[in-house]
Write a protein that binds this ligand. Structure first.
Ligand code: C2E
Ligand code: SIN
Ligand code: SIN
Ligand code: FE
Ligand code: FE
Length: 384
């Protein structure tokens, strides 16, 4: 006997299984499968509060009880137990005025114990029923209480987990929608279509993946970073929203003054995203990366870019990747100020700028995947 003292008994086992259940259904199934026998009752019912009704959700009994039925809170024992947040023990149901006799007459029930789920503010109850008159044993009622308390905690955890997951999904969807809304705003002003956004996303991903394959140690772009890059790329030109139409949509070449204004789009973008970041109030990897890309996508490897004239690896890698993707798309696309160029001409220009405009490592990766760039451009181009 001594050696069994530290072994889990059946009750411990049941309580553990209830705690580990991952959903309401599973909690009820676990309870249904073994609670009645452990309590030593002839029937067991799981009742949930549904506004002003008691809903008999599940049961395990020698003969049918009320599964699937609803009773008003005022007209059943489970309702009374919930409203008073009290355990109810009835040794003879015919003698208790709280018992709805009509509902009990067709059943085997002669005595019962009803325990609310979650003391203080019950959201349901578990009932145990016997086919004989007499006070249910104390240890049966005690077991029922332990089961009910564990089930209540497990159910609250399930609800919490579900609502957290929902909130997280909703936030992610809202974020993705906002990104696309902001990006399309910039692109519309720029007389671009949504295709440009999608192309840019795919270019940066293809480029980042190629870079990873070529130099896994030095770049160390993990999958999460590549995904983040993919999602933030559409915001690279968000700052163009702040550029006047007469410049942004000028059909011809920009003069020096106009170009100086045009160049402010990198800082404008950085500021806009930094503002969003401040409102969020915590650091957010997506916004940090989007800010970096908006700020740095016109820097050049040799230090002659804007807005800060950063040089080499002082330019964040995301900016160096975006630069190649951005220029490729600008070259092979028609702009108000210039006609489209062929894929091969664009590849020649980009290759020729290795070590000048662009990071040589990124250009080498681009060389490898250039056919995929052509494919992406072809795939995401509506005829105008
Ligand atoms: P964008 O049209 O998206 O061009 C992005 C970048 O692609 C340019 O950055 C430039 O580095 C490269 N690029 C575009 N077209 C050519 C080209 O024909 N040849 C070469 N070698 N590179 C090219 P950049 O120059 O800093 O321009 C930033 C933005 O300013 C452009 O974005 C565009 O919106 C505007 N922009 C630049 N030049 C002109 C212009 O002459 N007229 C007008 N209306 N807008 C211009
Ligand atoms: C950027 O704005 O370039 C990203 C982070 C920073 O340097 O502010
Ligand atoms: C840029 O390269 O112009 C943006 C980089 C930066 O200034 O943070
Ligand atoms: Fe730009
Ligand atoms: Fe661009």
């Amino acid at each position: 006997m001594e050696k069994h003292r530290f072994q889990m008994d059946e009750m411990d086992d049941l309580l553990l299984n209830i705690s580990m259940a991952r959903g309401l259904e599973e909690i009820m199934t676990v309870v249904r499968q073994s609670a009645r026998r452990l309590i030593g009752a002839d029937g067991l019912a799981f009742i949930l509060r549904d506004k002003d009704d008691c809903y008999y959700v599940d049961e395990d009994a020698i003969k049918p009880l009320w599964k699937g039925q609803r009773f008003p809170m005022e007209a059943c024992i489970s309702g009374w137990a919930m409203q008073h947040s009290e355990v109810v023990v009835i040794d003879d149901i015919t003698k208790d005025p709280r018992v709805p006799q009509d509902a009990y007459r067709p059943t085997f029930v002669k005595s019962l114990a009803m325990v609310p789920l979650r003391p203080g503010d019950p959201f349901g109850a578990i009932g145990a029923y016997w086919s004989t008159v007499g006070t249910p044993p104390d240890d049966s009622v005690y077991s029922l209480q332990r089961i009910a308390n564990t089930a209540a905690v497990a159910m609250a955890n399930v609800a919490l987990t579900n609502s957290l997951a929902e909130a997280r999904d909703e936030a992610a969807r809202a974020r993705d929608a906002m990104i696309l809304a902001m990006a399309s705003l910039a692109e519309t002003r720029d007389h671009e279509t949504g295709d440009h956004i999608r192309r840019t996303q795919h270019y940066v991903r293809v480029l980042a993946e190629a870079l990873n394959r070529r130099e896994p140690e030095t770049t160390g772009l993990d999958e999460e970073f590549v995904d983040l890059l993919y999602k933030s790329a559409p915001l690279h030109d968000i700052g163009k929203v702040g550029i006047p139409d007469r410049i942004l949509q000028k059909p011809g070449r920009l003069d020096r003054a106009e170009y100086d204004i045009m160049k402010t789009h990198a800082d404008l973008g950085r500021t806009a995203i930094a503002t969003a970041e401040r409102y969020i109030g915590s650091s957010n990897p997506f916004l940090s990366l989007a800010k970096e890309i908006a700020h740095c996508h016109h820097e050049k490897w040799d230090g002659t870019g804007y807005p800060r004239g950063l040089k080499g690896e002082d330019i964040p890698l995301a900016g160096r990747i975006m630069a190649v993707a951005d220029v490729y798309d600008a070259l092979v696309s028609e702009r108000v100020y210039k006609p489209a160029m062929s894929h091969n001409e664009a590849v020649d220009i980009i290759t020729g700028e290795s070590g000048k405009h662009f990071d040589p490592a990124v250009v080498a990766a681009f060389d490898e995947v250039a056919p995929q760039f052509a494919e992406i451009h072809r795939q995401f181009s509506q005829p105008i």
